[in-house]
Design a protein around this ligand. Structure first.
Ligand code: SF4
Length: 283
């Protein structure tokens, strides 16, 4: 009796080639779609202009705190970190708290209220904290038992790389090399790495969170079955480097204000004429 022939596996597709093919197809079949989306959203919400919102290590920790949590909860956990592990002010400056700004600084595309411009937490103290204590401190952010080890693993990876907790060295790397470096840390994926590198350094990377993913699929900017992880690389092929920040912030803002997960407000949406969710035949 002849043995059954083993089923042959389909050839593994190169993600870069897939992304380039999709970008070419979109440009050919729906020309001008990306500028249309960006221009219409700019008319409604303003055109976002990049500026650094936090030092890169704070950005990384805040982004970890926001994983699968509401941004307001991430802010509460970050404020708790600052309070539990305060940094000493530089010599000759006022003691911490004496000149603490009360005003919150809003962050573009962010769903929280913003944070006051204060010193970052004392990273060596956060790194050295007993895990159970750190979990308690960041508990207001949610999923603290998962996030506390991620934060300490990240701080330790930074220290192992040099002699400080600074992430500034990543600015000199190629964007994908920097993304690979950060995503090698346990618990840091493409999205977290891309957020940190885009917001801290303006590196041309496109973070795809659940809002960006949902809006992109509805309009038809990405294929219907593309997952969020794969969409990161699709966007790198679709956008010019200078469009990444604007596209990320504009789509996330649109997802929060108009294109809600439940009951999107298509009637008042400036993108409706070219949205495949609104009109499956839209061009
Ligand atoms: S038309 Fe509706 S589904 Fe399409 S982007 Fe606008 S709100 Fe979202």
């Amino acid at each position: 009796m002849r043995s059954a022939k083993p089923a042959s596996r389909p050839p593994r597709l190169d993600p870069d080639e897939v992304a380039r093919a999709w970008a070419a197809q979109l440009a050919a079949e729906r020309p001008g779609l990306i500028p249309f989306v960006l221009d219409r959203l700019a008319e409604t919400n303003g055109r976002p202009v990049w500026e650094r919102r936090l030092d890169p290590t704070s950005e990384l920790v805040l982004t970890i705190l926001s994983q699968n949590s509401a941004d307001t909860n991430a802010e509460a956990a970050f404020a708790a970190l600052r309070a539990a592990y305060p940094s000493a002010p530089a010599e000759g400056t006022a003691p911490a708290g004496a000149t603490a700004p009360k005003e919150l600084r809003a962050f573009p595309g962010w769903g929280g209220r913003g944070l006051p411009d204060l010193l970052p937490p004392d990273w060596p103290a956060v790194d050295a904290a007993p895990l159970a204590e750190l979990i308690d401190v960041i508990r207001p952010g949610g999923l603290a038992p998962q996030k506390a080890p991620r934060i300490q693993a990240s701080l330790r990876a930074l220290l192992a790389n040099g002699d400080s907790y600074s992430l500034e060295f990543l600015a000199a790397k190629e964007p994908l090399e920097a993304r690979d470096w950060l995503s090698a840390i346990p618990g840091i994926g493409k999205k977290t790495a891309s957020v940190v590198l885009l917001f801290s350094f303006g590196l041309p990377l496109m973070p795809v969170d659940r809002h960006v993913h949902r809006v992109s699929q509805r309009i038809g900017l990405i294929p219907p079955k593309a997952d969020a992880d794969g969409a990161h690389d699709l966007y790198l092929a679709m956008l010019a480097p200078g469009q990444m920040y604007e596209t990320h912030v504009s789509l996330i803002t649109h997802g929060r204000r108009t294109c809600h997960a439940q009951r999107p407000d298509c009637e008042h949406c400036p993108l409706a004429p070219r949205c495949r969710y609104f009109d499956p035949k839209a061009e």
